[in-house]
Design a protein around this ligand. Structure first.
Ligand code: NAD
Ligand code: UGA
Length: 460
């Protein structure tokens, strides 16, 4: 039976950082080192001012404060951390490929392969290598092939341990997971990882299975969650033309214990780094096996999501008398959901892009997202020059400033603070008529209409 004394995690991002911080907090006798090739990110994790951590998650600063310097370390020395570890988690990014075969659908595994090759080159003692990143089914085969052909006598065992945390609630999700999933072939290696999670997770919530079931379950979990959002978003459009209210429909169907109440909130469209990427990956795998009906079925979840973002933007244009040219539209929120500074694939980016094509003047306020990030997101689309993005888009640090003189307000993220604003004051400072387009069904229709706003919400 092997005892794990030292863990290394490659990748100090939204998953590696919080996940390994919680492991270190809960397992004080294990030394945990998180490494990353991005030295600026490592410096931010080591910043003495905890408000500068590179990932914003409620409660994360306390976890880091407790463990950092005790048994939690952040480092850019990847080789040293690999060499010293008994167990190595790979938690690097696995984005959608932007080139070559599978472009736009398949997962790009170059970062995973680089990690495997670096581990193979550096390791001089036996290691358990854990896939923490979300990977296409059968990736472990490629990892095995690279690691087992090093030519030295080092033995590697590969485990799949996908992460199910959601951003904004990552610390809570890690402390109280619905389940922990471990796939593998070697009982001792599996047990070593079970022992780590058993420090705080009840044993009946730790599921062990084979590698391929574990890898595939992660993609399927995200596909099912995204499918629920697209399903309710499809119904939101039907509600808008029939006079039904999508919240009422969600409430009525959610009380059926077979359906359940969660993940039935209509929105401007799901964002985040993973739903779209993982479904596209599932679609790609299905097509690779010539399962075209399966691929088409899941692809529809993405198509409906794209439709939802476009129709939100087009409703703004149509309502503002078919032109937004030169009109100021204030965006409340840019992050893909509340309580995170992550903007990857946020619906706000695509709604803004659509309005900017019509020469709207967009002013963005988000409590946690930097101006630099917002411009980066828009520039990345390549729709217009960086100069034009800066000409048309302004970033406000004060929400009232963002909304002053606006023709319309668009709510893109469900930040709690938006609900408690002084809406009478906002109304007084806006152009008339004053429109609100609520992509999150967050604000109080009655209150806003009494103040004289023209209020539109998704699914009403
Ligand atoms: P991220 O981009 O925030 O972090 C990945 C980090 O890996 C980056 O800091 C990058 O510099 C580093 N990296 C890449 N290649 C490296 C290498 N060869 N050596 C050292 N460092 C390297 O990504 P993330 O959001 O943390 O996601 C990581 C994985 O976890 C993905 O596969 C994702 O699908 C999965 N996942 C993400 C979430 C989430 O909420 N973000 C949840 C569950 C699973
Ligand atoms: C999601 C999953 O929930 C996690 O289990 C998974 O680990 C993670 O993806 C991943 O693999 O990356 P995350 O994307 O962080 O987590 O956040 P979610 O809470 O799932 O929200 C995703 C998007 O769907 C957000 O834009 C959110 O606003 C939207 N959403 C969610 C809705 O529009 N309606 C809902 O009812 C729920």
């Amino acid at each position: 039976m092997r005892t794990i004394k030292k863990i290394t995690c490659i990748g100090a991002g939204y998953v590696g950082g919080p996940t390994m911080s919680v492991v270190a907090q809960r397992c004080p006798e294990i030394e945990v080192t998180i490494v990353d090739s991005n030295t600026a990110r490592i410096a931010a994790w080591n910043d003495s001012d905890l408000s500068n951590l590179p990932v914003y998650e409620p409660g994360l600063d306390e976890v880091v404060a407790e463990a950092r310097g005790r048994n939690l370390f952040f480092s850019a020395d990847v080789d040293k951390a690999i060499e010293e570890a008994d167990m190595i988690f790979i938690s690097v990014n696995t984005p959608t490929k932007t080139y070559g075969k599978g472009k736009g659908q398949a997962a790009d595994l170059k970062f995973i392969e680089l990690c495997a090759r670096q581990i193979a080159a550096v390791a001089t003692s036996d290691k358990i290598v854990v896939e923490k990143s979300t990977l296409p089914v059968r990736t472990a085969e490629a990892l095995k092939s690279i690691l087992h052909n090093t030519g030295n006598d080092v033995k590697f065992h590969i485990l799949s341990n996908p992460e199910f945390l959601a951003e904004g609630t990552a610390v809570h999700d890690l402390q109280n997971p619905d389940r922990v999933l471990i796939g593998g072939e070697d009982d001792d290696a599996i047990q070593a990882l079970v022992d780590i999670y058993s420090h705080w997770v009840p044993r009946e919530k730790i599921i062990t299975t084979n590698l391929w079931s574990s890898e595939l379950s992660k993609l399927v979990a995200n596909a099912f969650l995204a499918q629920r959002v697209s399903s309710i978003n499809a119904i939101s459009e039907l509600c808008e033309v029939t006079g039904a209210d999508v919240n009422e429909v969600s409430r009525a169907i959610g009380m059926d214990s077979r359906i359940g109440p969660k993940f039935l909130k209509a929105s401007v469209g799901f964002g985040g780094s993973c739903f779209q990427k993982d479904i596209l990956n599932l679609v790609y795998i299905a097509r690779t096996y010539n399962l075209h009906a399966v691929a088409d079925y899941w692809e529809q979840v993405i198509l409906l999501n794209d439709h939802q973002k476009v129709r939100f933007a087009e409703n703004i244009i149509k309502t503002l008398y078919n032109t937004v040219n030169g009109k100021k539209i204030a965006f409340l929120g840019w992050a893909f959901k509340k309580d995170t500074n992550d903007t990857r694939e946020s619906a706000a980016i695509y709604v803004a892009d659509h309005l900017l094509n019509e020469e709207a003047e967009v002013v963005v306020y988000d409590p946690k997202v930097s101006a630099e990030q917002i411009y980066k997101d828009l520039d990345y689309l390549g729709t217009r020059s960086p100069e034009d993005n800066r000409r048309l888009v302004t970033i406000a640090t004060d929400p009232y400033e963002a909304m002053r003189d606006a023709h319309a307000i668009a709510v893109l993220t469900e930040w709690d603070e938006f609900m408690s604003y002084d809406w009478a004051k906002i109304k007084a400072g806006m152009k008339k008529p004053s429109f609100v387009f609520d992509g999150r069904k967050l604000l109080n229709r009655k209150q806003l209409e009494e103040l004289g706003f023209v209020y539109y919400a998704i699914g009403e």
